[in-house]
Design a protein around this ligand. Structure first.
Ligand code: GLA
Length: 378
């Protein structure tokens, strides 16, 4: 739905935009907190998208970014090379700086951007990656999808300062309809795997903000673990490369909480690769069991779940769903639930359990693997 961004541009700046592009949010099927550890992830792009409509700024207004969104009506105005605005517009300033580094945007370029999105913010569905990828695609439509992902990743990681991995921007740029993407974050090998299963998304309504907190702390713990493990294995670069059959040795080498964090990363790496094989073979039941295992590992070892997420996963399991787990960074946000095509019981059972526990409902929707970023017709 590119219209709202295009209309907002016109209304705000009094002229039509020059170009527009959109990019999706994502859910991750399995492979959580593995990306920044050099492991595999298996996300799908979702139907909800962010659209960025862009046009040139006023002549003589050198190096100025003016940005507006349907969510926050106020126009943000900054010199994008010199200052990073607070909040959502920082992602666009970051994208501009990265495009400048690639010599796609001139250093004194002035840009106007209008954004509209139906990706919920803070729900663990990568609204920030959708924003950065959409802006990059609109500003530099001729870059290849992997370049777009790189620009958006560095905008978030280097400029906004969220120490995320590459998963969200990669799936938002490379996503393919009816496919999941197996992405190996160390070798950067990408494999599209057909995905037509029925997947529910349960939004716990508990919001998280990644720019402060959990993710950065976990990442520092993983780096610390690698430093210590290098004593045993000097060649170790990525935590995810630690051999799974050496888990006892890893446990001996590390103290808590690093031990639990590292066991999660190494076992989740093996689990995600196995899950991708099962998915490729259409073995959904076994695949689903790995989703439950992954949730348990996130909850117990990586300590990134929340009571609400655990309630949803436990209710799904009791109702006989094939699999369920938190998706994305965790600490709130959304859970995914894999169900058979004929399943009618699971969604109402989750709803009942959630209402009983929290006195409110948790929106449940169906997820369809959707297309990655593309330009939009004006
Ligand atoms: C966030 C980050 C991703 C990834 C997930 C956890 O969504 O942005 O890069 O690390 O958390 O798997």
């Amino acid at each position: 739905m590119p219209r709202p961004a295009i209309d907002l541009f016109h209304e705000t700046f009094g002229a039509p935009p020059r170009a527009a592009a959109s990019a999706p949010g994502r859910v991750n099927l399995i492979g959580e907190h593995t990306d920044y550890n050099g492991g595999p992830v298996l996300p799908i792009a979702i139907a909800q998208r962010t659209t960025a409509a862009i046009g040139p700024g006023v002549a003589g207004d050198a190096g100025v970014l003016e940005a507006v969104s349907t969510r926050y009506q106020k126009v943000v105005r900054v010199k994008w090379q010199e200052e990073l605005p607070q909040g959502w517009a920082a992602y666009i300033a970051g994208v501009l700086r990265e495009l400048w580094a690639l010599e796609v945007v001139p250093p004194n370029g002035s840009v106007r951007v209008a954004v509209a999105s139906d990706v919920p913010v803070g729900a663990g569905l990568s609204s920030s990656a959708a924003l950065a990828v959409a802006a990059a695609k609109a500003l530099a439509p001729s870059l290849r999808p992997r370049q777009i992902a790189g620009v958006a990743f560095r905008a978030e990681h280097d400029h906004v300062g969220v120490r995320c991995g590459v998963m969200d921007q990669t799936i938002s740029a490379l996503g393919k309809r009816d496919h999941a993407l197996l992405f190996e974050c160390a070798s950067l090998e990408a494999t599209q795997i057909p995905f037509g299963a029925r997947l529910l998304l349960v939004d716990t309504g508990k919001r998280h903000d990644l720019s402060g907190g959990g993710l950065n702390e976990r990442r520092a713990e993983c780096e610390d673990a690698v430093k210590r493990l290098k004593v045993d294995l000097p060649e170790l670069v990525w935590l995810a490369s630690w051999p799974a059959e050496w888990l006892p040795r890893l446990k001996r080498a590390l103290r808590e909480p690093l031990r639990s964090r590292a066991v999660h990363v190494v076992s989740e790496t093996a689990r995600a690769r196995f899950a991708a094989q099962l998915l490729q073979q259409g073995k959904l039941k076994q695949f689903g069991r790995l989703l439950y295992e992954s949730h348990e590992s996130c909850r117990r070892l990586y300590d990134c779940s929340s009571a609400e997420l655990d309630t949803v996963v436990a209710a799904a399991k009791r109702a006989g769903a094939l699999g369920a787990r938190l998706t994305g960074a965790g600490w709130g946000g959304a859970a995914i639930v894999l169900v058979s095509k004929s399943d009618k019981k699971t969604a109402p059972a989750i709803q009942r359990a959630f209402e009983r526990a929290y006195g409110r409902s948790a929106p449940i929707s169906e997820v369809k693997a959707s297309a990655g970023a593309h330009t939009e017709r004006l």
